[in-house]
Design a protein around this ligand. Structure first.
Ligand code: ZN
Length: 559
């Protein structure tokens, strides 16, 4: 395709992308038109798109509005659900735009040569972890199709997240011309924990004039101008294959992710699939049979991998204490939660705990993970330190290091409170920095860009344990929240707290600034937990979304 045509398509795609337009169309579709107007409109649509009304629950003249027709239910038993075990079924009536394995780097192809990251799609790096090496499918719903989305598995809904975005059309034109389409559209991520296949994510991606994805199991209506939101139900919501998960109010796409690496697809790309048909089956090849026959002789499964800077959640009932390395600690939110330092060497990590009087052990393997490289150009004086500055930085590092062994009683719960309200999208955690062409230490926090003077708030109850004027961090505040968790707020223009001060969650800490080594106003927010530098974004999301360890099933929990 010529460059000019691609550019034109991009402009056209962008011009119709704004959620406002979708909202307008949504309102029109909701209008209760007089029947003499509405019925011909529905009939024209049925003809134009070839809608099969024979399988709809109601006849064409029974709908009070156009959107009621569009989101029509089907008659009983119109979609038989595959009941065979070891099968993942289609969540929607769709054309299968893509099906395959998720590469280990977690980047999926949108169109040839255009790839997007799972992290961006899901709006969370913690959630993305489970799906590397697993399965993905992209399901496109055309306007004629049934627009309700169903559970592809038996399991429990543990969390869901609404990620607002621009709404680009997801037809061929939009997919070709807008880079990262599925990561820029409004979407709802539903996370389901299963016994058979580990974690499953059903991502409902909005499209032009769609907006308003609704969930069947929770109050959530999108495209009403609300901010990103993560939700974890107090009790997981049990679902069975074929149960309704949600509905698109106009066109749309579903991206389906399954952690299970042992599945084989049963359809090819381009196929038409229907709710309840098997998309994947458990591979039961000769290798699997041979393995079960010689199970005793076979080597144990390799320990599940976690990446440095992440956390492991090891849930269980009746946990008395948890331990990792030499550290012993209390369970939190029904699990042992273990932070893994950003600079943790690749290799095994042993976990122990006592549960109902019995000692349990588990092993995870800390993998190598190549965080993105961030190239910066800074004034030489900020990079090539004078002997005095170098001495100052070393002194500041020693002072900070005295905070990491603090172990006061826990005063926080998860998720932590956002340090900025509303919380902008953060970035740069773990980035390997190359400054003026030279490799430097990785970035241990997350940067949130915000205007000078925006209030910065405490992530939880705690005690201010240090207020510094640091060479790198500028005006820097450190708050101890107990259990070894210290939150850090850097580059502040104004500090509103003093050392020793007690803070409540949400209390004013100071204001966003650009003091210390900063290229502009932003909040650098860091977390040390029991000494480990971890991605703060993981602690700002519901704990149910943390990488979850089940020693029998690898990462991905049964409960
Ligand atoms: Zn930073």
């Amino acid at each position: 395709m010529s460059g000019a045509r691609t550019a034109l398509e991009r402009i056209a795609a962008t011009a119709v992308s704004w959620p406002l337009l979708s909202r307008l169309v949504g309102r029109l579709a909701d209008l209760r038109l007089p029947r003499p107007l509405l019925l011909p409109l529905i009939r024209a649509y049925v003809r134009a798109y070839g809608v099969d009304l024979s399988e709809a629950a109601l006849p064409a003249d029974a709908y009070p509005s156009f959107s009621a027709f569009f989101t029509r239910r089907l008659r009983e038993a119109a979609r038989p659900i595959e009941t065979e075990p070891g099968v993942v079924v289609s969540p929607s009536d769709s054309r299968l735009a893509a099906i395959g394995r998720v590469p280990e780097d977690g980047r999926l192809e949108q169109v040839k040569g255009e790839r997007y990251s799972l992290e961006a799609l899901l709006g969370s790096s913690g959630d993305a972890e489970a799906f590397r090496g697993g399965q993905h499918a992209t399901l496109y719903l055309s306007p004629s199709m049934y627009h309700r989305v169903h559970s592809p598995v038996d399991g429990r809904i543990v969390a869901w997240r609404y990620v607002p975005g621009l709404l680009f059309p997801v037809n061929g034109m939009g997919v070709r011309s807008v880079p990262g389409l599925f990561t820029r559209n409004e979407r709802v991520v539903v996370l389901i924990e299963t016994e058979a296949h580990g974690r499953v994510a059903v991502v409902l991606v909005g499209a032009t004039n769609v907006g308003r994805i609704q969930l069947a199991f929770a109050e959530l209506e999108t495209n009403r101008g609300r901010a990103v939101g993560g939700f974890a139900p107090p009790q997981p919501v049990a679902v069975r294959r074929g149960d309704e998960l949600g509905v698109f109010n106009l066109g749309s796409t579903v991206v389906l992710l399954v952690a299970d690496p042992r599945l084989e697809p049963t359809f090819e790309q381009g196929s038409l699939v229907r709710v309840g048909q098997a998309l994947w089956r458990r591979a039961l090849g000769l290798a699997a049979l041979a393995l079960s026959a010689s199970a005793l002789a076979a080597a144990p499964a390799p320990p599940p991998k976690v990446r440095p800077g992440s956390l492991v959640r090891w849930p269980g009932d009746g946990i008395e204490w948890c331990a990792a390395g030499t550290e012993r600690f209390e369970p939190l939110a029904g699990a042992c939660i273990v932070p893994v330092d950003l600079l943790h060497a690749a290799g095994p990590l042993e976990l122990r705990r006592q549960r109902a009087g019995r000692l349990e052990t588990a092993k995870v393997s800390v993998g190598r993970f190549d965080y993105p490289v961030q190239r910066l150009t800074l004034p030489r004086s900020m990079v090539e330190l004078s002997p005095e500055d170098l001495a100052r930085v070393r002194r500041e590092n020693r002072e900070m290091a005295r905070l990491w062994p603090l172990r006061t009683p826990r005063r926080f719960s998860l998720p932590l409170g956002a340090p900025l309200e509303p919380l902008p999208e953060g970035g740069h955690f773990g980035n390997r920095r190359v400054i003026n062409g030279e490799a430097r230490s990785p970035h241990g926090g997350v940067d949130f860009s915000a205007d000078l003077g925006v209030p910065v708030r405490a992530a939880a109850d705690g005690t201010v344990v240090m207020v510094g004027k640091h060479f790198f961090g500028g005006n820097a505040v450190f708050v101890d929240h107990g259990d070894g968790l210290v939150s850090q707020y850097f580059h502040l223009s104004k500090v509103d707290v003093a050392e020793g001060q007690e803070l409540a969650r949400g209390a004013l800490v100071g204001e966003v600034g650009a003091t210390g080594r900063a290229t502009g106003p932003h909040l650098h927010f860091g977390i040390r937990w029991r000494g480990a530098r971890v991605d703060p974004a993981l602690l700002l999301a519901p704990p149910a979304a943390l990488p979850c360890l089940d020693p029998a099933a690898g990462l991905g929990c049964r409960r």
